[in-house]
Design a protein around this ligand. Sequence first.
Ligand SMILES: *[C@@H]1O[C@H](CO)[C@@H](O)[C@H](O)[C@H]1NC(C)=O
Ligand SMILES: *[C@@H]1O[C@H](CO)[C@@H](O)[C@H](O)[C@H]1NC(C)=O
Ligand SMILES: *[C@@H]1O[C@H](CO)[C@@H](O)[C@H](O)[C@H]1NC(C)=O
Ligand SMILES: *[C@@H]1O[C@H](CO)[C@@H](O)[C@H](O)[C@H]1NC(C)=O
Length: 546
Amino acid sequence: MKGGLGWFMVLCWAVLSGVESAAAGSKPNIIILIGDDLSPREFPPYDTGVWSSTDEETTDSPKYRARTPMMDKMAKEGVFFDRYWSTPICASSRGMMMTGRYATITKWWHNFDYGSWVDENGEIGDIVPLWITSPLGIGQLATAAGYGTFWGGRAGMKDVDNLEKFGFGQGVFVPAPQEVPPSPLSDFQVVGRGRDENGNKKLINLDTGKVEPGARAHRSYTWLPHVLLFNPPKGDEEQDGRLVYYPNTEETREAYNMGTFGPDVDMDVTKAFMETCTEDDKPFFLYATSRIGHKAFDFLNGKVDTWPPTPKLWWNPKTQRYVKQESVITGEAGNYTTSGTNKGGIRRHVEYLDYTLWQFEEKCKELGILNNTVIIFATDNGTKGYGKAVERKQRGPHVPLFVYAPGLGMTKKGRSHELASSVDLLPTVADLMGVSDLLDGYEIHGESLYPYLFGDAEKHTRTYNFSYMTRFAGHFQLIRGSYVMKDGANRWYDVREEKRDMDDYPRIFDWQALPQESRDELKRLRAVLDEFDVYDTEHDYVPSLP
Ligand SMILES: *[C@@H]1O[C@H](CO)[C@@H](O)[C@H](O)[C@H]1NC(C)=O
Ligand SMILES: *[C@@H]1O[C@H](CO)[C@@H](O)[C@H](O)[C@H]1NC(C)=O
Ligand SMILES: *[C@@H]1O[C@H](CO)[C@@H](O)[C@H](O)[C@H]1NC(C)=O
Ligand SMILES: *[C@@H]1O[C@H](CO)[C@@H](O)[C@H](O)[C@H]1NC(C)=O
């Protein structure tokens, strides 16, 4: 913890100087935090009555319940949506968030299924980059609006060599993307090495040298993390470059050890970016795509496919502050002693995300810019294992969305039942940045939430109310309207009445027993499904003629 008086003086200075940066007319700072693989039910504000246990079972045990004071506040003072959809799988969801478009244009259909393309040299590529199908992504818009841009967390873009083309000036990736070699500084890695007697790929934990049946190739995003900096501020001479492994300075090299937690490094670098922009009087756009929430190999306990331990946190209700204990990890080769870490589990990951959001708020307060900052939190797709089959009901695409902007005059508060989609993020951000005119004549599927969140609009009226999904082998579509919903197994549900667990909707067998509105909506949604049913005919990217 920082010393009392010095910290107080910094705060006073920040509050005074903040009056200026929050002056009317200045563009708001925007922070988007995306958690990984987490359904709304894991977040207490949704009050679902049930959530996921560490074994991916549905439980109502308080033992597995996260405590989220920061999200509770965001839900109360900002808006949180309970009918917000993405897709059931991360790559297509991330494509939607970054472009405002469905896979019908991005060609990012699934984690294992992308449109192919031909580049300017006539080379055929298997994965068309998002910046080719969709040149006006959130990063490009932010840059055009004069924002400082930063991408923190995981990249997941299959295209690390061209990160600038996404419109981001700087970033930190935890873990370093699979497209670049792993960090030479960490053997917390599981790698494929040859085949066993049955011809299956052998996966080896490089820390212990042991074969790990059931593991997947993995590099640590938690302890002794594989971190890659993208256009970092000048570090050591010999390490300067666009892509640099962390630690890259004498100071950070000294501090880096097994007790170094990847997302903490991510936060340190992010805070430095927020400081620099504020000093330069530049609004910032921070796109923080955290790995937290995703299951992984736990190197401290040699456990496969689990939510690894995180730093020990404690919320002080009196001071309304989090306290993080220092993590100390000693030992070697899979035999570790830890202090200041918890045992992990999904609940701890949700709590670490809450701590992350709290740190953003604290940093903004310290910089005197909280009144001119929007903090958005969402995830990419539902919790791993929840429902087992991704196409069932809305379990895959249904995700949380919180928008919190104290000081910017949000006109709505609390829980919202409006239908919204992750394609709405881009036009919302464009409105906040004052550059929505750049989208004139550029096709997107999203509709801005701005008039609803900050204006007089009573409803957020979406044209499609729609989430679209394809599968590796064959494809399916999911759609949800105000009255009815279709899942990936072609079953329709009556969603007129919201269920507490946001899952237990009655299946529709007899359409005649439903009111006319439901049948009308069925027709409308079927037309939308038909319109977007282009997977077989428009799978790949074909440039439009000039
Ligand atoms: C921020 O807003 C709060 C509440 O409206 C106000 O009390 C405070 O003075 C504002 N701070 C700055 C720095 O504008
Ligand atoms: C693990 O480390 C402890 C302390 O260093 C040591 O006493 C113990 O023998 C080790 N166990 C194994 C299985 O290597
Ligand atoms: C979300 O996507 C991940 C892959 O990124 C997958 O492992 C997980 O099962 C998905 N969750 C659901 C509910 O479909
Ligand atoms: C859903 O979309 C239809 C148009 O297709 C629109 O009339 C309706 O208002 C939308 N519903 C909501 C809740 O936005």
